[in-house]
Design a protein around this ligand. Structure first.
Ligand SMILES: [Fe+2]
Length: 468
């Protein structure tokens, strides 16, 4: 090799260095060569400080909130009491208000093999003002605890809003690092798009449901103060006929309520909300989605309802990714992709977030919708009407990282790396949103992968020219 070729190679290598180390360029995109120290991910023990039970008789624990209606003027407050049912009333008041309002919810319990749940309270606060800080108090008549949240701005096309994105969190030491990085990130997420697999209680014999309790105590420090938008993953299926638990999703559906009826869904496993300038559709990878099924019929009627003049950003959450070039769970999302991808292209979905694979991957804008059994057109192609697909199942759960990628990196894959982390999506206006992924091994402010999304409806240009 002559001097000129060596010089050119060296120049290309310098070009390929970013915050995380050397990037290997291939046909498909970037497979980061950042190597995380391989350590087994183990659950934090029950006596860890992050699982501490609040003191006081019948003190509310596992406090969490989510959006409670279709537009962001309601919040569902949930918590657990263990000594006795206690009150399901929530007192709440705006930061600048003098009058306390109250709402009263309902209590549910469930049994799971030899486990009996605490008293699970769900209470919806309605008719809140947009863009307002509220305090709320639970545990009335016994030990009370007070938290706060900020309602989103009124729905509108140029409303700035920042989402965090977390998936497959679990409750290991790595999970704790992921949540801490999300909290410490200078880009402040205002609510979390959670793409499924919460506690991993089913990892334990008889799905030890005390791990559902400990998980909810662990994440309370975030989800009591900002809504997490829930997606069901395979670890929420949580059934096992071998010990008589035959009903899928039983612990999850008792513990996590969502406003599915507000979007005319018939099941809490798929639904939609509007939040600021975003329309968010949540799908269930583990519910039927074939033609004529309730989820299929709901989505078919839902997509035409999205008014991009009101909510320019169309975001879909699901658990099992459609475009995944990791060997882990390879092609598990394929059947749902075949059913729904033509609609995503037709209605110009901006971005799809999925979890399940314990690594990170971002796709190019590609589609694979031309195949009709006989034409042989079954390869993803670049398509500016298509979403970007992001796999972010890298929250840090007990199953560890998925480190083995398919080779070579396919063309649809823009960036992939097996590290734990979280992402943020800062919507600026109807045309631009700043997206970044943050690996746990870096400092809180470091963006390990980032791109500016151009809105598919208002500004459908190719973003790849300005990837950062
Ligand atoms: Fe999963």
């Amino acid at each position: 090799m002559g001097f000129c070729k060596w010089f050119l190679l060296a120049f290309l290598c310098v070009l390929a260095v970013d915050d995380g180390g050397l990037l290997l360029l291939s046909n498909g995109g970037v497979t980061s060569s950042f190597v995380r120290n391989e350590e087994k991910s183990i659950d934090m023990p029950f006596d860890s400080d992050v699982f501490r039970v609040p003191s006081g008789y019948n003190a509310p624990q596992q406090v969490h909130i989510t959006q409670g209606d279709h537009v962001g003027k309601a919040v569902i407050v949930s918590w657990v009491t263990v000594d006795e049912p206690g009150s399901s009333t929530v007192l709440y008041w705006p930061q600048d208000g003098t009058q306390k309002d109250q709402a009263t919810g309902q209590i549910t319990t469930y049994k799971y093999y030899n486990y009996t749940s605490g008293y699970i309270h769900h209470c919806t606060l309605h008719n809140l003002e947009f863009n307002t800080k509220y305090y709320y108090e639970v545990g009335i008549d016994h030990t009370t605890r007070t938290f706060w949240f900020v309602t989103p701005p009124a729905v509108g096309p140029d409303v700035a809003y920042t989402f965090g994105i977390i998936g497959d969190l679990g409750q290991t030491y790595d999970s704790n690092i992921t949540l801490t990085h999300y909290e410490m990130n200078p880009i402040k997420g205002e609510s979390v798009l959670y793409v499924g697999d919460l506690s991993y209680a089913d990892h334990y014999p008889y799905h030890d449901n005390r791990r559902w309790d400990s998980w909810a105590r662990f994440v309370e420090r975030s989800v009591a103060y900002q809504p997490w938008i829930w997606t069901a993953g395979n670890h929420e299926l949580d059934y096992d006929p071998s010990f008589g638990e035959n009903k899928p999703f039983k612990p999850f559906l008792h513990r996590y309520h969502v406003p599915f009826e507000a979007s005319r869904s018939t099941e809490p496993l798929w639904y939609s909300i509007k939040r600021a300038s975003a329309y968010i559709i949540v799908l269930s990878s583990y519910s039927a989605y074939g033609t004529y099924t309730p989820q299929y019929m709901w989505l078919m009627e839902e997509l035409p309802k999205v008014n991009r003049s009101e909510t320019p950003w169309l975001i879909v959450l699901m658990h099992s990714p459609w475009y995944n070039s990791n060997t882990y769970h390879y092609m598990e999302g394929e059947t749902m992709r075949v059913m729904f991808e033509p609609w995503f292209v037709q209605y110009k979905v901006d971005v799809v977030f999925a979890g399940h694979v314990h690594a990170y991957e971002r796709s190019n804008r590609i589609s694979n919708v031309a195949y009709n059994i006989v034409n042989g057109k079954c390869t993803p192609v670049f398509d500016q009407n298509a979403p970007v697909y992001i796999t972010i199942g890298d929250g840090g759960n007990i199953e560890g990282l998925a480190t083995i990628m398919t080779e070579p990196q396919p063309n649809y894959s823009a960036f992939r790396e097996a590290s734990f982390g979280h992402a943020t999506m800062e919507i600026k206006n109807r045309t631009h949103a700043y997206y970044s992924w943050h690996r746990n091994s870096d400092g809180y402010a470091v963006k390990s992968d980032s791109v500016v999304f151009f809105n598919r409806y208002w500004y459908p240009k190719n973003e790849s020219a300005i990837e950062t």
